[in-house]
Design a protein around this ligand. Structure first.
Ligand SMILES: Cc1cc2nc3c(=O)[nH]c(=O)nc-3n(C[C@H](O)[C@H](O)[C@H](O)COP(=O)(O)OP(=O)(O)OC[C@H]3O[C@@H](n4cnc5c(N)ncnc54)[C@H](O)[C@@H]3O)c2cc1C
Length: 486
């Protein structure tokens, strides 16, 4: 029987909302798949939480400063963009942890602070002999209760390894990396942890497994020479080269689904103007904004969003030759509860990344401190710049064990951020078949998860669109609004 369908050969028109790494990568993937892409970004800059600011003559990262090599997706993207020669590893100096008034080297080879060798000299120094021995015997203990979606990192670590491992190692790292307390962080939210634990039946075994996987990938993290923003510039150039349209400084406030007389998505700004019509939309905005757009579509989905945490990054350019010796390796993670220090982490950027030291004058160093833990505003939030920078310098002195004089401060910069907890603890909202979601609140915190997730989401969307991309006189456009189960 002859079909009434005719194949529509015009490219799919797809709008991507949000120009962070998730949006940029999704836009590139869609474009590679043949779609005509328009990317709309609320801010004037692309990159979202991959951002830099000038500090005493050179750019410093004030958001993401590295990528996890796990999975190889970021490295693959970097290679495709022609940046492979610019990948740099961190200096092999190790980092430190500050707990109960003492800074000690962080045991090497662990994952999320879970020690892979609890009886190593470093682990014993941080934990004390008794707590280290208890952790070392953990692989021999049978697992008491199976994990489930609700199992928190705090509960599992305390049960398996003891409270000291939680307080001195896992809590500072969870707060530093995820801005989430381990009592709120589910093991399913830490990439690979639940699977590795279920496989090996032990947390120490899981830490060894995760560490081995990152060593096989050439080390746990890497960066680009000069910082992570060249990745954003390369993605932008790549998109423009492919003919994608990029609109900046324009916030999308509403998405109107296709209906009888208008068979396309209508993308609106705050003035109610239609910015673009599209066959499909990728929402790559952070969770609150994304749920607001989806709430407009499906009703009520904004309420499911957890309250994001506010954090602040302060970067200092400091002249002090005593810092040349990298007294605390690549930096210090801070266990909460010490009234003398407000920062939750310090990165000694010029000790961690030799290329950043090479461009600075002798004795000049970049120290990056972060503030703000779950449920409380950053200690710096209400402070004027001068007071915030003075606090950061005092914290740096304490954490590095070197009294840094106020006159050693050559320049300083601050950047507030709002971050959602990683996914896994709340249901992903339902979306129509012609809408895809991308971003760290859907695919996991960090560039490794974001890049892999955005690529996957874009390709899934193209796959769903292919059968719809026909002109069938008997079909009605309302089919576009079909709700896809999460
Ligand atoms: C201080 C800090 C340090 C970090 N360090 C690291 C690190 O070292 N390594 C690592 O891998 N990860 C790190 N991360 C996490 C990493 O930066 C994020 O997981 C990742 O960049 C998130 O990308 P995204 O595209 O999902 O979101 P975003 O980068 O937030 O991008 C979302 C974009 O959407 C735009 N937008 C929002 N609403 C709208 C709207 N209505 N219309 C149009 N546009 C809109 C925003 O302006 C933004 O540009 C860090 C994060 C922070 C805050």
């Amino acid at each position: 029987m002859p079909s009434s369908e005719t194949r529509d050969t015009s490219p799919q028109r797809i709008v991507v909302v949000g120009g962070g790494v998730a949006g940029l990568v999704a836009a590139r993937e869609l474009s590679l798949g043949g779609a005509a892409v328009t990317l709309i970004e609320a801010g004037e800059q692309l990159g979202g939480r991959v951002a830099s600011a000038p500090l005493h003559g050179h750019a410093v990262d004030v958001g993401a400063e590295a990528f996890a090599t796990r999975g190889g997706e970021v490295q693959r993207l970097i290679t495709e963009l022609g940046l492979a020669q610019r990948v740099v590893p961190p200096a092999p100096r190790g980092s430190w942890v500050y707990a109960e008034g003492v800074a000690r080297p962080l045991p090497k080879g662990g994952a999320l602070g879970i020690p892979a060798s609890p009886m190593s000299a470093e682990s014993r120094r941080v934990l004390g002999f008794g707590a280290a021995l208890r952790a070392a015997l953990e692989p021999l203990r049978r697992r008491a209760t199976p994990t489930n979606d609700e199992t928190t990192v705090a509960a599992l670590v305390t049960e398996r390894l003891g409270a000291r491992v939680l307080e001195r190692l896992v809590r500072p790292i969870a707060l530093g990396v995820y801005s989430t307390d381990p009592t709120e962080l589910r093991i399913a939210q830490v990439p690979g942890l639940r699977e590795a634990f279920d496989r090996s039946g032990s947390l120490v075994g899981a830490a060894r497994e995760l560490r081995a996987a990152s060593s096989a990938a050439g080390g746990a993290v890497a960066a680009l020479e000069g910082g992570m923003t060249p990745l954003v510039a390369a993605l932008e150039a790549d998109l423009l080269g492919r003919g994608c349209e990029i609109v900046r400084g324009t916030q999308v406030v509403a998405l109107v689904p296709p209906f009888d007389t208008e068979p396309s998505w209508q993308v609106h700004d705050a003035e109610g103007s239609c910015l673009a019509s599209a066959d499909a939309v990728v929402i790559a905005a952070p969770e609150l904004a994304a749920r607001e757009l989806l709430g407009g579509l499906l009703g009520g989905s904004r309420d499911a969003a957890p309250v994001p945490s506010d954090i602040e990054v302060i970067a200092l350019a400091v002249h002090d030759e005593r810092l040349d010796a990298a007294p605390r390796g690549t930096g210090v993670l801070v266990a909460p509860g010490d009234p003398r220090v407000a920062a939750k982490a310090l990165t000694h950027a010029t000790a961690k990344w030799p290329d950043r030291a090479a461009v600075r004058g002798p004795g000049e160093h970049v120290l990056r401190l972060s503030y703000g833990r779950t449920g409380s505003a950053p200690e710096t939030a209400a402070l004027a710049d001068a007071d915030a920078f003075a606090l950061a310098l005092r914290d740096a002195s304490l954490l590095l064990g070197i009294e840094l004089a106020p006159e050693s401060l050559a320049d300083a910069v601050r950047q507030p951020w709002s971050v959602s907890p990683p996914p896994g603890a709340r249901p992903e909202p339902q979306t129509p078949a012609t809408v895809a979601l991308a971003g760290d609140w859907v695919h996991g915190t960090g560039l490794a998860s974001v890049v892999a997730g955005a690529r996957g989401a874009a390709n899934d969307l193209l796959g769903r669109l292919a059968p719809l991309h026909t002109t069938d006189p008997s079909s009605t456009p309302q089919q576009e609004s079909t709700v896809r189960p999460a």
